[in-house]
Design a binder for this molecule. Sequence first.
Ligand code: NAD
Length: 260
Amino acid sequence: MQLKDRSAIVTGAASGIGREIALRFAREGARVAIADLNAAAAEAVAAEIRARGGEAVGVAMDVCSEDAVNAGVNATVAAFGGVDILVSNAGIQIVHPLEEFSYADWKRMLAIHLDGAFLTTRACLPHMYRSGRGGSVIYMGSVHSKEASKLKAPYVTAKHGLLGLAKVVAKEGAPHGVRANVICPGFVRTPLVDRQIPEQARALGISEEDVVAKVMLKDTVDGQFTTVEDVADVALFFAAFPNNALTGQSLVVSHGWFME
Ligand code: NAD
């Protein structure tokens, strides 16, 4: 029970990586708000946690909306009495060659990944500062926080940007015991990745099997996908770490695709 009596908000927790982190945190004793654009799916994950004896609420939240983020964080604080852990995880992927990227798609990508991280952090920090217990802010970066791939200009740009945001939050949060770190996963088989495989195959003119073997997993040490459980393990480590010794950092979990 590493997170007993802690309250957490996980954005994008109705699916994939966020869902697994929410389930893991709940198993470790945390009260968890499942914040997602898809309110019905968020409530279903919360119900799953409650059915297993945990404490969870579903929160409808578009992380790009200032009002929705503030309302969702306030609802979480009303339900749980505070918020100790934020996992800013909601994200999407759009792939195009740069010269074909619409400005609207570029802005949408930066809004979800960067505005979402800013808005949720800004809404949670005052509660963490006030509690006197400190807190943990975790951003879902990517190997694309460190490394580039073709077709992913706004994603790579935004994921690199999260490293900067985490470092600022680490410095500003330190006097209040608030830490900020970034998880940088390699490819994880979630709906976000499953949608990319046919898209990349079309864009690169290769088969779907070759997208997996020769693009996604080509540089891993063992040709394996990272799993949602692997990422949840790292999230729990960052969430439960007790002091400012571990802050402003990023950790790559990618089967060696990227080595620092
Ligand atoms: P997913 O598609 O399974 O889940 C993403 C969730 O985010 C969905 O439930 C979706 O409804 C929600 N969401 C999308 N836009 C939102 C918004 N504006 N407001 C609130 N919620 C919103 O994807 P996933 O693979 O679990 O990705 C989660 C995070 O992990 C993303 O930030 C992604 O960039 C990152 N990531 C994924 C991989 C991977 O290979 N899957 C690798 C590295 C990083």
